[in-house]
Design a protein around this ligand. Structure first.
Ligand SMILES: Nc1ncnc2c1ncn2[C@@H]1O[C@H](COP(=O)(O)OP(=O)(O)OP(=O)(O)O)[C@@H](O)[C@H]1O
Length: 266
């Protein structure tokens, strides 16, 4: 078996001495797989990503990364007036060097990456004038341009509308399946993890992590206790395909019904 893209063994991290955020965390990500990290707010998902990309150093345990990583953070602002193409070209910064100009090949690679996300027509637009979702997709394209082996994505669908969520999830699958990239992503959407992830890690608490095949561990029981909220995993047929998804059961009463009651009381 080939060496994994990422492996963690007994990993621990704290920001302040002895206030552990992660402890006794084991994880192994095989090459060419999509790996999802799930857990409630504050369980250390982003901290774990920052450890993977080397922005933080483990306080205990071992972490091995085999390959070049590109990081796609959650949506961010830029203060300079870069175009979408400039932003995508930044993925080539390591290749181009500090004082050189991008070559035609660099520009062609950046344009091709933008095109993969349906953004070729936006190449010359100022990045700051794009919608949140479009900006997220440009940052995604930048990671492709970097020719990384491993993409680390922090909530890649959080700023996107339904169509773009679907586009990004489909691209994530294709990047792993067709390009052999390894992908680690955090998500607050278990149905996104079920749709694209081969493996998942449920971050249940400090020192309490459940990892395994996504289809096997994204069960109603595991997810209900993880989020302390009711949800259903359901299967149905769509377009001749068997689909499985996960849906939360939201208990809030729609405002429409409340006003109906108010109206009938009046
Ligand atoms: N720079 C920091 N200094 C001190 N504590 C921090 C820092 N960054 C995060 N933390 C703390 O570490 C814990 C984990 O935070 P982290 O952002 O990794 O969680 P998360 O699972 O990604 O949360 P969310 O789902 O809300 O994004 C939290 O208690 C947070 O307050």
């Amino acid at each position: 078996m080939s060496e994994p893209a990422i492996s963690l063994s007994d990993l621990g991290y704290f920001y302040r001495p002895n206030q552990w955020v992660l402890r006794h965390c084991d994880m192994c990500v095989a090459r060419g797989r999509v790996f999802a990290l799930l857990g409630p707010n504050g369980r250390g998902k982003t901290t774990l990503l920052h450890l993977l990309i080397g922005a933080l150093k483990p306080c205990e345990g071992a972490l091995t990364v085999n390959g070049r990583i590109a990081f796609v953070p959650q949506l961010f602002e830029v203060t300079f007036d870069y175009t979408a193409l400039d932003m995508a070209l930044m993925g080539r910064a390591r290749k181009i060097g500090l004082f050189s100009q991008p070559s035609r090949a660099d520009e062609a690679a950046a344009l091709a990456a933008l095109d993969r996300f349906g953004l070729a027509d936006y190449a010359e637009r100022p990045f700051g004038e794009l919608s949140g979702g479009q900006r997220q997709l440009v940052i995604f394209a930048r990671a492709l341009v970097a020719e990384a082996d491993i993409l680390v994505l922090d909530e890649p669908t959080s700023a996107l509308d339904l169509e773009n969520q679907s586009l990004v999830l489909e691209r994530i699958s294709a990047l792993a399946r067709d390009d052999g990239l390894t992908i680690v992503m955090t998500t607050h959407h278990p149905h996104h993890a079920l749709a694209v992830a081969d493996e998942a890690l449920l971050m249940r608490g400090q020192g309490d992590y459940l990892g395994g095949r996504a289809r096997e561990i994204l069960t109603e029981d595991n997810l209900c206790s993880l989020y302390r909220a009711p949800l259903k995993r359901i299967a149905f047929e769509h377009d001749g395909r068997e689909i499985e998804t996960i849906t939360p059961i939201l208990m809030a009463k729609p405002a429409r019904h409340r006003s109906d009651e108010t109206l009938s009381a009046e």
